[in-house]
Design a protein around this ligand. Structure first.
Ligand SMILES: [Zn+2]
Length: 187
């Protein structure tokens, strides 16, 4: 199946402005097939994701978290949970002020402790070509890191995969997906 997905979404469970229900509806309206809730660990409201099991939606909703990870300074790692598979993403290196060589070094250091599966090449939904280079040897994903409604649908991934959580995460890990963007950057 052709699937469209958002792998980095914030809600009122941390610092987003939309509730889970609103974020799901907003993605559904844009034709998304799956989305991952990745609220910040240090702001996470306890039990906030419980509502997911009661949601009426055809979308696949991944539970996840954006982790503050300390490795030569703080970095952000998204953890997205499938049924058996788990995806770890090195988030938005540019927002941490990292150059490409520094990003490669930091990925190497983090990989001693955690298996990294992908790296973001976007900041808040905008493409950063400088990080889309072969020297960074991880699948590169586009996300919009949405915190508000207007940020949803700037950048996403698409793939041909079975409609199944683990199949989706495996496709990301294998680099079998496309990055998609709503339009060019307006500055
Ligand atoms: Zn985020």
């Amino acid at each position: 199946m052709h699937l469209k997905g958002a792998l980095h979404v914030h809600t009122t469970c941390s610092d987003g402005t939309l509730s889970i229900k609103e974020a799901v509806a907003a993605h559904e309206a844009l034709g998304f097939d799956f989305m991952a809730l990745t609220d910040h660990d240090f702001l996470m409201r306890k039990g906030c994701y419980d509502v997911v099991s009661r949601l009426r939606t055809d979308m696949i909703i991944f539970l996840g978290v954006e982790i503050m990870f300390h490795e030569k300074g703080y970095i952000h790692i998204n953890r997205v949970e499938g049924d058996r598979e788990v995806l770890h993403v090195f988030n938005h290196p540019s927002e941490l002020g990292l150059t490409v060589p520094a990003t490669i070094e930091r990925i190497g250091a983090v990989s001693q402790k955690l298996r990294l599966d992908a790296v973001e090449i976007t900041t808040r939904g905008f493409y950063l070509a400088e990080f889309d280079v072969p020297e960074i040897r991880l699948p590169k994903i586009a996300t919009d890191d949405s915190h508000e409604r207007h940020m949803i649908g700037r950048a996403w991934v698409e793939m041909d995969a079975p409609r199944d959580k683990d199949a989706i995460l495996k496709a990301i890990k294998a680099g079998e997906f496309w990055n998609c963007f709503a339009g060019s950057r307006h500055t």
